[in-house]
Ligand binder design. Structure first.
Ligand code: BG6
Ligand code: BG6
Ligand code: GLC
Ligand code: GLC
Length: 945
């Protein structure tokens, strides 16, 4: 019988694998992938809570903005002192950062000294703790022979949760880990340090930045790896930070670029979110900690608690008789007797079991081999759970980054530090494996911070210095684009003088003021079917317009758009007009109207000297056109001849019209107050209804036909003679003519030289018409992109953009079309999208680059809109004064891609006009159908005569 018992005893002993019993005992700590995915999802939800303005105050995961906006790019440099407080060791350091990216090109030199901090100080009064910190700093200066006279910038790694409003200001939210010095919670930590430094005296220290250890670690690793957008600490405490899109960080103003967010994930679970994963051992650890109920996740994960968790498990198993034959030792019952170092030793690859035995013997226990195996397994389960939980948290962060960036796969580097990660033999491998299993689509690299977090803290400080200096330099470059009210008033006055000079018939003037022979805006009686041809904007358009009997708003339009190739725009005149005749032929075919012999209006958006409504002698090409043998010729004739050459259809070209005039007419059909036309498109121009008596060319012509009966002065006297006010209004219908100002030429006489920047000069120099259309070259779509490109080139050459690399793309004229500027400046676009537009253009940009590019676009387009506003103020004020009115209500018909597509142009234009012409109430009415309808209306009037 005894033999049977003995056999079954031995058999059971033989059979019982000690790890199985531990597995059973600790099954709640063994987390499977589905549980990790669940925890990861919960953490994602917590991150959202922490970021949102409504829920952040009560959130367990605090998601603290750090005001660190970019990772290192190699341009950081300088010498810094650094303090590193909050990990297992307090250190003072000197960090020298040499410019250049990464270990090989640049470099960081560091000298450090560890200063012990007693438990009493950690648990005493904060001022005393900080006095110790600053005295250690002074000692360090002394030991390292660093001048006490000179001012030293200082970077401060402070590894506790702080609410930062700036890089150099942060309120301590709560202590964690092993510190609870009284009197600092809710106070500015940087200020406390400054005060302590003052108390110590004898040093000149400038505390430039305070960073959490996670942030500093990310920056340290980012120095060698530009994909490093996550920082992770698994040390005394645990925490992670990552680069979040600023638009998601509710607590910080602005939605451009990124900011590093310190998650403070140690607090995950403080609101009960992890209750179903918490074991009795976690509860015990928490209950006996210095901060019960707080840092629940940290207490399941970090070095300060792992040993204690193992101790509590082993103690409980022993008490239940499952270990050491139920014999408990005093040491085993004492808090802190098993440390993380023990855990690491027990899991060592070859010596693990031996180490376990030694540790247990040290604890006054008498372990069997099975006991050793079991305790080692306890340690494995506890540390494995820790790395699993970190993997779940990390998976949540990486998933969030991936979603933020709209990527299906992500390549990213995680910078890691902390004693657990560094000293536990299995930890890193396990962590990496689980993260990769949870996120198979992500290419995650883990980089161990080689030199602690101070290097990163110094880099943050250097970045802060660099960004401040870069911002200063960018601001300086853009300063000439920022026009003061006085400058804009001056532009208005210059434009006004230009308008007046152009109306006088004394030789060529910069602002040409061309009569259009359009005397009236439409009155709604126009009817019939007309062809409208439209050359000079982005495209050539052919259009059929039908006005129904006397009914306003009853117009029918059919149109087709044709792109004029550059070689045709810049070839011979004959080729150009043959092309137009061919487009018209195609359109008539399309409409089935080849035989119709329609009356046609020709919108020709270039300066033409007109002597009648159906003649227009091209003064000079503008915008990108330079076809030969056209300047000085009647463009109506050129078109008629081309049609004749085709000998295929017939057209009756009744009117030639500038696009501004066409646009004004088109809009006036809808709104009788419309007496001004504006184009802000490829080119820039305006027209308006001017008093006939002010148009000297017309007056002189009239006098000639009337046989020089009266002198010009006599005509003026007669018209001015007491006839202001009502009487004038009565005759206004017949006494005005629309003038195509051709304001684009303002400044061709040097009158705008004061506001013309070197970038504008370069754009002018490279254009097809240097020295001409200077105002247009500051204000229109064809040139804004080029100005932007010139500025970007300059900033890049100055090392302020694109890492100083001037690429072929950047050197390519015309890459920034108006549509791209409009997209880049759209408020609805996140910077990432700006970057992808730049990418599409062939420009590889960082986040900071794209902020600057957007700023440059903004400065250039704002100036354009303001200048147009100043021009418009001059025009409307002139109309008002012409009519002797204190107040004028007027509508401006507008067209052009810049006005219609740019997100801010129209708003700034209107605002500037309002401010500079306060006596005018100006309504801007976008033209619906382009100027073609206006040209048709003019044709209709001319035809009906
Ligand atoms: C160090 C950092 O490298 O890592 C510390 O310089 C940080 O600031 C620490 O707190 C985390 O590790 P541990 O294990 O010392 O808490
Ligand atoms: C269109 C007119 O509506 O606007 C064109 O019909 C004009 O004649 C154009 O030139 C201006 O816009 P953009 O942006 O094409 O130059
Ligand atoms: C604690 C601190 C946190 C720090 C982490 C790692 O969780 O609250 O700020 O980053 O420990 O040191
Ligand atoms: C150019 C032309 C002008 C036209 C304007 C807008 O400035 O010279 O005639 O109105 O562009 O298209």
């Amino acid at each position: 019988m005894l033999a049977v018992h003995l056999i079954s005893f031995f058999f059971s002993k033989l059979q019982e694998d000690p790890t199985k019993k531990v597995d059973r005992f600790l099954h709640a700590m063994r987390l499977h992938d589905d549980q990790l995915i669940d925890i990861s999802a919960r953490f994602q939800a917590e991150m959202k809570k922490g970021l949102s303005a409504e829920s952040s105050a009560a959130a367990a995961v605090k998601m603290l903005p750090t005001h660190v906006r970019s990772t290192p790019d190699g341009s950081e440099k300088g010498q810094f002192l650094a303090l590193d407080l909050g990990g297992s060791k307090f250190k003072v350091l000197r960090v020298k950062v040499r410019e250049g990216m990464g270990v090989r090109k640049g470099g960081v030199e560091m000298e450090e000294k560890i200063y012990p901090i007693s438990k009493e100080l950690l648990n005493g009064r904060a001022p005393e703790l900080f006095d110790h910190v600053s005295e250690s700093l002074k000692d360090f200066l002394h030991v390292k022979n660093i001048s006490l006279e000179k001012k030293h910038p200082l970077a401060f790694t402070f590894s506790f949760p702080c609410e930062q409003t700036r890089l150099d200001k942060g309120l301590l939210l709560s202590w964690s880990k092993n510190c609870r010095a009284r009197g600092l919670q809710g106070k500015d930590v940087v200020q406390a340090l400054r005060e302590a430094i003052d108390r110590t005296g004898g040093m000149d220290i400038e505390v430039l930045a305070m960073v959490n250890d996670t942030v500093a670690t990310m920056m340290t690793c980012g120095f060698d790896d530009q994909y490093c957008d996550v920082g992770l600490i698994i040390g005394t405490g645990t925490n992670a930070c990552y680069m979040e899109e600023l638009r998601h960080v509710d607590l910080v103003e602005g939605d451009e670029g990124r900011m590093c967010v310190n998650t403070e994930w140690g607090g995950f679970g403080d609101d009960g979110a992890l209750n179903d994963y918490i074991t009795e051992f976690d509860q015990d650890v928490d209950a006996t900690s210095i901060n019960p109920g707080k840092q629940i996740f940290e207490k399941m994960v970090s070095g300060m608690y792992l040993g204690e968790l193992v101790r509590l498990v082993v103690l409980k198993m022993t008490k239940l008789g499952q270990l050491f034959d139920g014999l408990v030792s005093d040491a085993l019952m004492t808090k802190g007797k098993i440390t993380t170092a023990h855990v690491a030793a027990m899991e060592e690859y070859k010596n693990g079991l031996k180490n376990t035995r030694d540790i247990l013997v040290e604890l006054g226990l008498n372990p069997s081999q099975d006991d050793c195996i079991a305790v080692q397994h306890v340690s494995t389960i506890v540390s494995f759970r820790s790395s699993n939980l970190v993997a779940a948290g990390l998976a949540a962060i990486l998933t969030r980054i991936k979603q933020n960036r709209h990527l299906r796969a992500l390549r990213i580097t995680v910078g890691v530090d902390g004693t657990v990660y560094k000293t536990h033999p299995q930890y890193p491998k396990r962590l990496h494996k689980v993260v990769r299993r949870l996120l198979p689509e992500c290419q995650v690299r883990f980089v161990l911070s080689d030199s602690g977090s101070s290097k990163g803290a110094a880099l943050v400080t250097a970045v802060a210095q660099r960004l401040a200096s870069r911002k200063r330099q960018v601001d300086e470059t853009l300063a000439p684009f920022k026009l003061s009210q006085e400058q804009l008033q001056l532009v208005k006055a210059t434009m006004r003088a230009g308008l007046e000079a152009g109306l006088k018939n004394k030789g060529p003037s910069a602002v040409k003021m061309l009569p259009s022979y359009v005397y009236h805006t439409p009155d709604g009686t126009e009817r019939g079917k007309y062809l409208a041809l439209d050359l000079g904007g982005t495209n050539f358009r052919a259009m059929l317009v039908k006005f129904k009997k006397g009914l306003q708003n009853n117009t029918r339009l059919y149109h087709k758009i044709y792109t004029v190739p550059l070689e045709i725009m810049q070839g011979t005149g004959e080729e150009l007009f043959d092309h137009l005749a061919q487009y018209v032929s195609d359109f008539l075919d399309y409409m089935g109207m080849k035989k119709a012999h329609l009356p046609a209006g020709f919108t020709f958006s270039f300066p033409c000297e007109q002597t009648a409504i159906d003649t227009g002698i091209l003064v000079s090409w503008t915008k990108g056109f330079k076809a030969t043998d056209c300047e000085g010729h009647d463009v109506v004739n050129l078109l008629r001849e081309a049609i004749k050459r085709r000998n295929e259809y017939d057209l009756d070209i009744v009117a030639v019209v500038n696009d501004t005039v066409g646009t004004m007419m088109s809009c006036a059909y809808e709104d009788p107050q419309c007496e001004v036309g504006l184009i802000a498109g490829t080119g820039s121009n305006a027209c308006y209804m001017e008093e006939l008596k002010n148009i000297e060319k017309i007056r002189q012509k009239k006098q000639k036909t009337e046989g020089d009966e009266e002198t010009p002065e006599a005509v003026e006297d007669k018209q001015d003679d007491g006839s202001k006010g009502d009487k004038k209004a009565e005759t206004s219908e017949t006494s005005r003519m629309c003038i195509n100002t051709e304001w684009g030429g303002l400044g061709d006489d040097g009158s705008l030289d004061d506001i013309i920047t070197p970038f504008d000069a370069e754009v002018d120099h490279n254009s097809v018409n240097p020295g001409k259309q200077r105002f247009e070259k500051l204000t229109s779509g064809m040139y804004l992109g080029e100005i932007v490109r010139e500025v970007l080139l300059d900033l890049t050459r100055g090392g302020l953009l694109f890492r100083g690399r001037v690429t072929e793309t950047l050197k390519t004229p015309g890459i920034f079309q108006t549509k791209y500027l409009s997209q880049i400046e759209s408020d609805r676009l996140a910077l990432l999208q700006v970057r992808s537009i730049l990418q599409h253009l062939g420009l590889d940009s960082t986040c900071d680059d794209s902020i600057i590019v957007k700023e440059v676009c903004g400065a250039v387009s704002r100036r354009a809109a303001e200048l147009c506003g100043a021009g418009m103020a001059a025009v409307v004020d002139k109309i008002r004064e012409n009519r002797g009115l204190d107040h004028l209500n007027v509508t401006v018909g507008v067209d052009g891609a810049l006005y219609k597509l740019h997100p801010h142009f129209s708003g700034i234009l209107q605002e500037t006009t309002r401010v500079l012409a306060p006596q005018c109430n100006v309504t801007f009415l976008p033209s619906e159908e382009g100027s073609g309808k206006g040209a048709a209306l003019i044709t209709a009037v001319a035809r009906q005569k």
